[in-house]
Design a protein around this ligand. Structure first.
Ligand code: ZN
Length: 330
Protein backbone atom coordinates (compact mmCIF):
# COMPACT_ATOMS: atom_id res chain seq x y z
CA UNK A 1 0.00 0.00 0.00
CA UNK A 2 0.93 3.66 -0.23
CA UNK A 3 1.57 5.34 3.10
CA UNK A 4 3.34 8.26 4.74
CA UNK A 5 5.50 6.83 7.52
CA UNK A 6 8.38 8.54 9.26
CA UNK A 7 11.52 6.55 10.01
CA UNK A 8 12.84 8.99 12.61
CA UNK A 9 11.28 11.87 14.56
CA UNK A 10 11.86 15.37 13.27
CA UNK A 11 10.71 18.25 11.10
CA UNK A 12 8.44 18.06 8.01
CA UNK A 13 11.01 16.27 5.89
CA UNK A 14 10.85 13.05 7.89
CA UNK A 15 7.38 12.38 6.38
CA UNK A 16 7.95 10.07 3.42
CA UNK A 17 5.30 9.09 0.90
CA UNK A 18 6.26 5.57 -0.13
CA UNK A 19 5.30 1.93 -0.65
CA UNK A 20 4.76 0.31 2.76
CA UNK A 21 3.83 -3.26 3.78
CA UNK A 22 0.08 -3.82 4.15
CA UNK A 23 -0.96 -4.08 7.80
CA UNK A 24 -1.38 -7.64 9.05
CA UNK A 25 -4.94 -8.42 10.07
CA UNK A 26 -4.08 -11.02 12.76
CA UNK A 27 -6.72 -10.42 15.39
CA UNK A 28 -7.48 -6.93 14.09
CA UNK A 29 -9.62 -5.64 11.27
CA UNK A 30 -8.22 -3.87 8.21
CA UNK A 31 -10.06 -0.71 7.17
CA UNK A 32 -9.56 0.82 3.71
CA UNK A 33 -8.85 4.42 4.58
CA UNK A 34 -10.75 7.11 2.69
CA UNK A 35 -9.92 10.24 4.70
CA UNK A 36 -7.67 10.94 7.64
CA UNK A 37 -8.04 14.17 9.59
CA UNK A 38 -4.84 16.04 10.45
CA UNK A 39 -4.46 17.08 14.08
CA UNK A 40 -1.85 18.92 16.13
CA UNK A 41 -1.26 15.60 17.83
CA UNK A 42 0.21 14.35 14.52
CA UNK A 43 2.81 17.09 14.62
CA UNK A 44 3.75 16.21 18.23
CA UNK A 45 3.96 12.56 17.24
CA UNK A 46 6.15 13.34 14.23
CA UNK A 47 8.44 15.56 16.34
CA UNK A 48 8.57 13.03 19.18
CA UNK A 49 8.14 13.58 22.90
CA UNK A 50 11.33 13.50 25.00
CA UNK A 51 11.53 10.32 27.04
CA UNK A 52 8.79 8.59 25.07
CA UNK A 53 9.81 5.87 22.64
CA UNK A 54 7.61 4.32 19.96
CA UNK A 55 8.26 1.69 17.31
CA UNK A 56 9.70 3.17 14.12
CA UNK A 57 8.82 3.51 11.32
CA UNK A 58 5.51 4.95 12.49
CA UNK A 59 2.46 6.11 10.55
CA UNK A 60 0.54 8.92 12.22
CA UNK A 61 -3.12 9.93 11.80
CA UNK A 62 -5.83 9.35 14.44
CA UNK A 63 -8.98 10.67 12.70
CA UNK A 64 -9.69 7.75 10.39
CA UNK A 65 -12.66 7.22 8.06
CA UNK A 66 -12.90 4.44 5.53
CA UNK A 67 -14.76 1.37 4.40
CA UNK A 68 -15.05 -2.15 5.71
CA UNK A 69 -16.73 -4.66 3.38
CA UNK A 70 -18.27 -1.74 1.48
CA UNK A 71 -19.73 -0.16 4.62
CA UNK A 72 -18.67 3.37 5.63
CA UNK A 73 -16.92 3.29 9.01
CA UNK A 74 -14.90 5.51 11.31
CA UNK A 75 -12.37 4.49 13.92
CA UNK A 76 -12.45 5.30 17.63
CA UNK A 77 -8.71 5.97 18.12
CA UNK A 78 -8.39 4.92 21.76
CA UNK A 79 -6.68 1.62 22.60
CA UNK A 80 -6.97 0.14 26.08
CA UNK A 81 -6.59 -3.18 27.91
CA UNK A 82 -10.33 -3.99 27.67
CA UNK A 83 -10.36 -5.82 31.03
CA UNK A 84 -9.60 -3.36 33.87
CA UNK A 85 -12.27 -1.63 35.98
CA UNK A 86 -12.11 1.50 33.79
CA UNK A 87 -12.42 -0.40 30.52
CA UNK A 88 -15.26 -2.48 31.95
CA UNK A 89 -17.19 0.61 33.04
CA UNK A 90 -16.84 2.56 29.77
CA UNK A 91 -14.05 4.86 31.00
CA UNK A 92 -11.36 3.36 28.81
CA UNK A 93 -9.45 6.64 28.50
CA UNK A 94 -8.59 6.21 32.22
CA UNK A 95 -7.02 2.80 31.52
CA UNK A 96 -3.34 2.47 32.45
CA UNK A 97 -2.65 1.08 29.00
CA UNK A 98 -4.57 3.80 27.15
CA UNK A 99 -2.93 4.73 23.86
CA UNK A 100 -4.01 6.45 20.66
CA UNK A 101 -3.96 4.78 17.24
CA UNK A 102 -1.61 6.85 15.07
CA UNK A 103 -0.51 8.89 18.10
CA UNK A 104 2.51 8.38 20.35
CA UNK A 105 1.89 4.64 20.43
CA UNK A 106 3.03 1.53 18.58
CA UNK A 107 -0.22 1.57 16.60
CA UNK A 108 0.09 2.79 13.03
CA UNK A 109 -2.52 5.36 11.99
CA UNK A 110 -4.38 6.61 8.95
CA UNK A 111 -1.78 8.32 6.76
CA UNK A 112 -2.06 5.22 4.60
CA UNK A 113 -4.37 3.34 2.25
CA UNK A 114 -5.07 0.72 4.93
CA UNK A 115 -5.00 0.55 8.70
CA UNK A 116 -5.43 -2.37 11.13
CA UNK A 117 -7.53 -1.66 14.21
CA UNK A 118 -9.31 -3.77 16.85
CA UNK A 119 -12.85 -4.69 15.78
CA UNK A 120 -14.32 -2.91 18.80
CA UNK A 121 -12.87 0.41 17.59
CA UNK A 122 -14.88 0.38 14.36
CA UNK A 123 -18.05 2.51 14.33
CA UNK A 124 -20.58 2.60 11.46
CA UNK A 125 -21.15 6.07 10.00
CA UNK A 126 -24.84 7.05 9.90
CA UNK A 127 -26.28 7.94 6.47
CA UNK A 128 -26.83 11.57 7.43
CA UNK A 129 -23.13 12.12 8.16
CA UNK A 130 -20.73 12.88 5.30
CA UNK A 131 -17.43 10.99 5.32
CA UNK A 132 -15.49 14.28 5.30
CA UNK A 133 -17.35 15.42 8.42
CA UNK A 134 -16.83 12.07 10.11
CA UNK A 135 -13.07 12.47 9.61
CA UNK A 136 -13.10 15.51 11.93
CA UNK A 137 -14.96 14.03 14.89
CA UNK A 138 -12.81 11.39 16.61
CA UNK A 139 -10.13 13.72 17.98
CA UNK A 140 -10.90 17.46 18.22
CA UNK A 141 -14.71 17.19 18.39
CA UNK A 142 -14.49 14.26 20.78
CA UNK A 143 -12.17 16.03 23.20
CA UNK A 144 -14.28 19.20 22.97
CA UNK A 145 -17.41 17.16 23.72
CA UNK A 146 -15.66 15.49 26.66
CA UNK A 147 -14.63 18.88 28.12
CA UNK A 148 -18.02 20.51 27.62
CA UNK A 149 -19.92 17.62 29.19
CA UNK A 150 -17.45 17.23 32.09
CA UNK A 151 -17.84 20.91 32.96
CA UNK A 152 -21.60 21.24 32.62
CA UNK A 153 -21.71 23.41 29.50
CA UNK A 154 -25.24 24.38 28.56
CA UNK A 155 -27.79 27.17 28.72
CA UNK A 156 -26.85 30.13 30.97
CA UNK A 157 -23.15 29.22 30.75
CA UNK A 158 -20.55 31.52 29.19
CA UNK A 159 -17.53 29.82 27.67
CA UNK A 160 -14.24 31.22 26.45
CA UNK A 161 -12.38 29.15 23.88
CA UNK A 162 -9.15 30.18 22.19
CA UNK A 163 -8.36 29.89 18.50
CA UNK A 164 -11.72 29.67 16.69
CA UNK A 165 -10.04 28.48 13.49
CA UNK A 166 -8.24 25.55 15.13
CA UNK A 167 -9.76 22.08 15.28
CA UNK A 168 -10.56 22.14 19.00
CA UNK A 169 -11.59 25.82 18.81
CA UNK A 170 -14.10 25.26 16.02
CA UNK A 171 -15.41 22.06 17.61
CA UNK A 172 -15.92 23.74 20.98
CA UNK A 173 -17.74 26.71 19.45
CA UNK A 174 -20.12 24.59 17.37
CA UNK A 175 -20.88 22.09 20.14
CA UNK A 176 -21.21 24.71 22.89
CA UNK A 177 -23.58 26.82 20.75
CA UNK A 178 -25.67 23.72 20.02
CA UNK A 179 -25.78 23.03 23.79
CA UNK A 180 -27.19 26.54 24.26
CA UNK A 181 -24.13 28.19 25.82
CA UNK A 182 -22.84 31.67 25.08
CA UNK A 183 -19.41 31.57 23.42
CA UNK A 184 -16.56 34.07 23.43
CA UNK A 185 -13.63 33.16 21.23
CA UNK A 186 -10.28 34.54 20.14
CA UNK A 187 -8.71 34.69 16.69
CA UNK A 188 -5.50 35.88 15.13
CA UNK A 189 -5.87 38.57 12.48
CA UNK A 190 -7.73 37.62 9.32
CA UNK A 191 -9.86 34.95 10.99
CA UNK A 192 -12.58 37.17 12.51
CA UNK A 193 -15.16 36.44 9.80
CA UNK A 194 -14.61 32.71 10.14
CA UNK A 195 -15.34 32.84 13.89
CA UNK A 196 -18.48 34.91 13.31
CA UNK A 197 -19.69 32.45 10.69
CA UNK A 198 -19.32 29.59 13.15
CA UNK A 199 -21.78 31.47 15.33
CA UNK A 200 -19.56 32.66 18.20
CA UNK A 201 -21.34 35.41 20.16
CA UNK A 202 -18.22 37.51 20.66
CA UNK A 203 -14.89 37.42 18.85
CA UNK A 204 -11.68 38.91 20.29
CA UNK A 205 -8.79 39.63 17.94
CA UNK A 206 -5.78 38.61 20.02
CA UNK A 207 -3.36 40.47 17.77
CA UNK A 208 -4.95 43.86 18.50
CA UNK A 209 -6.99 43.37 21.69
CA UNK A 210 -6.20 42.38 25.27
CA UNK A 211 -8.11 39.17 25.97
CA UNK A 212 -8.51 39.70 29.74
CA UNK A 213 -9.82 43.27 29.31
CA UNK A 214 -12.20 42.30 26.51
CA UNK A 215 -13.63 39.31 28.39
CA UNK A 216 -14.16 41.49 31.50
CA UNK A 217 -16.01 44.01 29.34
CA UNK A 218 -18.26 41.31 27.90
CA UNK A 219 -18.71 39.30 31.08
CA UNK A 220 -17.77 41.50 34.11
CA UNK A 221 -17.88 38.74 36.75
CA UNK A 222 -15.88 36.35 34.56
CA UNK A 223 -16.73 33.36 32.41
CA UNK A 224 -18.03 30.00 33.66
CA UNK A 225 -15.72 27.78 31.61
CA UNK A 226 -12.46 28.31 29.74
CA UNK A 227 -11.44 25.70 27.18
CA UNK A 228 -7.65 25.84 27.02
CA UNK A 229 -5.81 23.85 24.36
CA UNK A 230 -3.02 26.42 24.04
CA UNK A 231 -1.07 25.80 27.25
CA UNK A 232 1.82 27.95 28.43
CA UNK A 233 0.78 31.10 26.57
CA UNK A 234 -2.81 31.18 27.86
CA UNK A 235 -2.93 29.61 31.35
CA UNK A 236 -2.49 32.96 33.18
CA UNK A 237 -5.21 34.48 30.97
CA UNK A 238 -7.53 31.52 31.57
CA UNK A 239 -7.20 31.89 35.34
CA UNK A 240 -7.67 35.66 35.12
CA UNK A 241 -10.93 35.54 33.14
CA UNK A 242 -12.71 32.80 35.13
CA UNK A 243 -15.45 33.72 37.58
CA UNK A 244 -15.39 32.54 41.21
CA UNK A 245 -15.83 28.78 41.07
CA UNK A 246 -15.21 28.71 37.34
CA UNK A 247 -13.99 25.68 35.41
CA UNK A 248 -10.79 25.40 33.44
CA UNK A 249 -10.85 22.58 30.88
CA UNK A 250 -7.42 21.65 29.54
CA UNK A 251 -6.72 19.38 26.58
CA UNK A 252 -3.56 20.61 24.92
CA UNK A 253 -0.50 22.82 24.94
CA UNK A 254 0.23 23.94 21.39
CA UNK A 255 2.18 26.95 22.74
CA UNK A 256 4.27 25.01 25.24
CA UNK A 257 4.27 22.62 28.17
CA UNK A 258 5.57 24.80 31.01
CA UNK A 259 2.78 27.10 32.19
CA UNK A 260 3.02 29.69 34.97
CA UNK A 261 0.12 29.65 37.43
CA UNK A 262 -0.77 32.45 39.85
CA UNK A 263 -1.48 30.06 42.72
CA UNK A 264 -3.25 32.54 45.03
CA UNK A 265 -5.70 33.67 42.37
CA UNK A 266 -6.31 30.05 41.46
CA UNK A 267 -7.39 28.92 44.93
CA UNK A 268 -9.01 32.21 45.93
CA UNK A 269 -11.32 31.88 42.96
CA UNK A 270 -11.84 28.19 43.84
CA UNK A 271 -11.26 27.22 40.24
CA UNK A 272 -11.81 23.61 39.27
CA UNK A 273 -9.52 22.25 36.59
CA UNK A 274 -10.18 19.21 34.44
CA UNK A 275 -7.77 17.52 32.05
CA UNK A 276 -9.10 15.72 29.00
CA UNK A 277 -7.46 13.02 26.95
CA UNK A 278 -9.62 12.27 23.91
CA UNK A 279 -12.87 10.75 25.21
CA UNK A 280 -14.46 7.33 25.43
CA UNK A 281 -15.97 5.24 22.66
CA UNK A 282 -19.38 5.80 24.28
CA UNK A 283 -18.83 9.56 24.19
CA UNK A 284 -17.86 9.36 20.52
CA UNK A 285 -21.11 7.52 19.74
CA UNK A 286 -23.07 10.10 21.75
CA UNK A 287 -21.24 12.90 19.90
CA UNK A 288 -22.06 11.41 16.49
CA UNK A 289 -25.76 11.31 17.38
CA UNK A 290 -25.61 14.90 18.64
CA UNK A 291 -23.81 16.17 15.51
CA UNK A 292 -26.41 14.49 13.27
CA UNK A 293 -29.39 15.67 15.34
CA UNK A 294 -28.15 19.27 15.57
CA UNK A 295 -27.00 19.26 11.92
CA UNK A 296 -23.53 20.48 12.92
CA UNK A 297 -21.23 20.92 9.93
CA UNK A 298 -17.51 20.94 10.67
CA UNK A 299 -15.73 23.33 8.31
CA UNK A 300 -13.12 21.65 6.12
CA UNK A 301 -10.27 24.02 5.33
CA UNK A 302 -8.64 21.81 2.75
CA UNK A 303 -8.19 18.24 1.57
CA UNK A 304 -4.68 17.19 0.55
CA UNK A 305 -3.90 14.00 -1.34
CA UNK A 306 -2.04 11.47 0.84
CA UNK A 307 1.19 12.08 -1.05
CA UNK A 308 1.11 15.73 0.09
CA UNK A 309 0.89 14.99 3.83
CA UNK A 310 3.98 17.12 4.26
CA UNK A 311 2.14 20.14 2.78
CA UNK A 312 -0.75 19.53 5.16
CA UNK A 313 1.60 19.61 8.16
CA UNK A 314 3.28 22.70 6.77
CA UNK A 315 -0.05 24.53 6.57
CA UNK A 316 -0.99 23.54 10.12
CA UNK A 317 2.39 24.54 11.51
CA UNK A 318 2.12 27.93 9.81
CA UNK A 319 -1.35 28.30 11.37
CA UNK A 320 -2.82 29.18 7.97
CA UNK A 321 -5.85 26.89 8.23
CA UNK A 322 -9.42 27.86 9.08
CA UNK A 323 -11.09 24.64 10.10
CA UNK A 324 -9.99 21.05 9.59
CA UNK A 325 -7.33 19.79 7.23
CA UNK A 326 -7.92 16.30 5.81
CA UNK A 327 -5.86 13.85 3.81
CA UNK A 328 -7.57 11.97 1.02
CA UNK A 329 -6.03 8.51 1.18
CA UNK A 330 -7.22 6.85 -2.04
ZN1 ZN B 1 -8.09 -1.07 30.84
Amino acid sequence: MKAVPFFEHGSLDVLQYCEFPDPAADKDIVVDVEYCGVNHLDIWTRMGIPGKKILLPHICGCDIVGTLKGQRVMVYPGISCDRCQYCNSGHENLCNEFAIIGGMSDWNGGYAEKVAVPARNVIKIPKALKSESAATLAVSYLVAWNMLKANGAGRSKTILVYGAASGVGMATIQLAMALGAKVITTVSSGKHEFAKKLGADRVIDKTSQNIVEEVKRISPTGVDIVVDHVGAATWPTSIAVLRQGGRMAVCGMTSGNEAKVPVRVFYSKQILMTGALLGTRGELQELIRFVVRKKIRPVIDSIFPLKDAKEAHKKMEANLHKGKILLSCR
